[in-house]
Design a protein around this ligand. Structure first.
Ligand code: NAD
Length: 475
């Protein structure tokens, strides 16, 4: 049973949710399903813990956060296994990249919090100076797709800057965050500073964002839920990291092999269940047929299978419902007029017998897509690429921006001036030029339009987790 963590103690609820393994749909465990009462207890604990935690010198908080990073690094294998079991994502990738990165989140923000300073604005008569102060109790809400990394990406800066937290994980993937709660206590962070309440979004999530003592909300999830949260929570401090339908723009003059390699990663990475994936692939006329053929050939080699197997590239979709959603988009694409050049409906070939009840889909390339179609406009959040043809730079930009989203974007060209023009013109929070999605923790991460508001990363995380106060002193 996965229990809540409230004021340093494990707490149960009367109701529970069955947590299923996406690879076979067998029950892994039960999760406590909290509600208003559990949220109220957790917020009260966080509120009580706040003054003492915020009052510690940053260097002391940093020391405790580094200890959390060390403990994560000592349990990489265990955490990666839990995450893979819970989400169906590659154990190997999680182990090599995502769990170490989660530890880095703690090391990085331990350093960052020791360098928070302010500005001064002197005038003839006055001295203005700024103070950065913690927000108070912050609600952290995470989706299911990269739960451990996301939980630590929020928790580390939140606690580093002196806030206390109530974390709500997705009801579909609570296991690794449960472990995080234990490690945070083991590191010596006082009870009440970090709390977790599990359960449904409509119960725990709503109660958390509506709670008057929750002064800020850092949310990662879908655009629909993000909008709902702002409506329910009213005036608070929000950071909203939402959905995406990112363009991957391939010009005739690109480095072909690198662009194909990167497109494969940008569509199928993380089972296709990633907000920044470049699933709208825009390809220029002169290269279109060759690119589609190469993409199709490489897609057929993408290995679908057991997420614990090192050879697996794409594991199962998180739930049967999500499997139905992804499958229905493949059907929709076909009915809208797309040409299926790889994958399609049906069970992936060569699936081992123990996976026959899992939520597996075939990595799929839909070619000759029109950007106005629903498959090109809506977030599928699975291993499905839509390939769209364009003539010239102006048309590429027009298509890239004809979306309600604005999270990531990718441009492949050997023409430097064009790359700079495209980077300026694309409506997105992140532009990668001749590059896959790589993250430096100092970068501002976030989107515009339907992909969110606010940025997190480096000093940009001040926006989410600190309030700035101006002090004006008369001379
Ligand atoms: P979701 O919006 O359904 O749920 C996200 C979280 O919000 C869950 O913990 C859920 O229980 C909770 N929730 C649901 N309803 C709520 C409510 N009314 N009030 C408060 N909380 C509520 O998203 P999901 O399906 O878990 O995740 C996939 C989505 O997340 C995709 O759209 C993806 O693009 C997005 N995402 C964005 C980023 C980013 O950094 N921009 C990163 C990862 C995922």
């Amino acid at each position: 049973m996965i229990k809540h963590l409230i004021n340093g103690r494990q707490v149960e609820s009367a109701s529970t949710i069955a947590n299923l393994n996406p690879a076979n749909n067998e029950v892994i465990c039960q999760i406590a399903a909290g509600g208003e009462a559990e949220v109220a207890q957790a917020v009260a604990a966080a509120k009580e813990a706040f003054p003492k935690w915020a009052g510690l010198p940053a260097s002391q908080r940093a020391k405790l956060l580094r200890k959390v990073g060390d403990l994560i690094n000592q349990h990489v294998d265990e955490i990666a296994k839990l995450e893979s079991l819970d989400t169906g994502q590659s154990y190997w990738r999680t182990k090599k990249m995502l769990v170490p990165r989660a530890a880095d989140n703690f090391y990085f923000f331990a350093d960052t919090c020791c360098h928070v300073d302010g500005e001064t604005y002197p005038t003839n008569d006055h001295l203005n100076y700024t103070l950065y102060q913690p927000v108070g109790v912050v609600g952290l809400i995470s989706p299911w797709n990269v739960p451990f990394m996301t939980a630590t990406w929020k928790t580390a800066p939140c606690l580093a800057f002196g806030n206390t937290a109530v974390l709500k994980m997705s009801e579909l993937s609570p296991l690794s965050a449960d472990r995080l709660g234990q490690l945070i206590l083991e590191a010596g962070i006082p009870a009440g500073v970090f709390n977790i309440v599990h359960g449904y979004g409509s119960a725990v999530g709503e109660a958390l964002v509506k709670h008057p003592d929750v002064r800020g909300v850092s949310f990662t999830g879908s655009t629909a839920t993000g909008n709902r949260i702002i409506q329910s929570g009213g005036l608070k401090k929000y950071s909203m990291e939402l959905g995406g339908k990112s363009p991957n723009i391939i010009f005739d003059d690109c480095d072909f092999e690198r662009a194909v390699d990167a497109a494969i990663v940008a569509v199928y990475g993380n089972n296709g269940e990633s907000c920044t994936n470049g699933t709208r692939i825009l390809v220029q006329d002169g290269l279109y047929d060759r690119f589609v053929a190469a993409l199709a050939e490489r897609t057929r080699k993408v290995v679908v299978g057991d997420p614990l197997d090192e050879a697996t590239n794409v594991g199962p979709m998180i739930t049967r419902d999500h499997w139905k959603k992804v499958t229905s988009y493949i059907e929709l694409g076909i009915s809208e007029g797309a040409r299926v050049v790889a994958g399609g409906l049906g069970t992936p070939e060569g699936l081992a017998p123990h996976l026959k009840n899992g939520n597996f889909v075939r990595p799929t390339v839909l070619a000759d897509v029109d950007n106005s179609w629903r498959v090109a406009q809506e977030e599928i959040f699975g291993p499905v690429a839509c390939v769209i043809r364009f003539k010239d730079e102006a048309e590429a930009l027009k298509i890239a921006n004809a979306t309600s989203y604005g999270l990531a974007s990718y441009v492949w060209t050997e023409n430097g001036a064009r790359a700079i023009r495209m980077a300026e013109g694309i409506e997105a929070g992140l532009v990668f030029v001749n590059s896959q999605n790589v993250r430096d923790l100092r970068q501002p991460f976030g989107g515009i339009k339907g992909s969110g508001t606010g940025r997190e990363g480096g000093h940009y995380s001040y926006e989410a987790f600190l309030e700035v106060k101006n002090v004006c002193v008369s001379k």
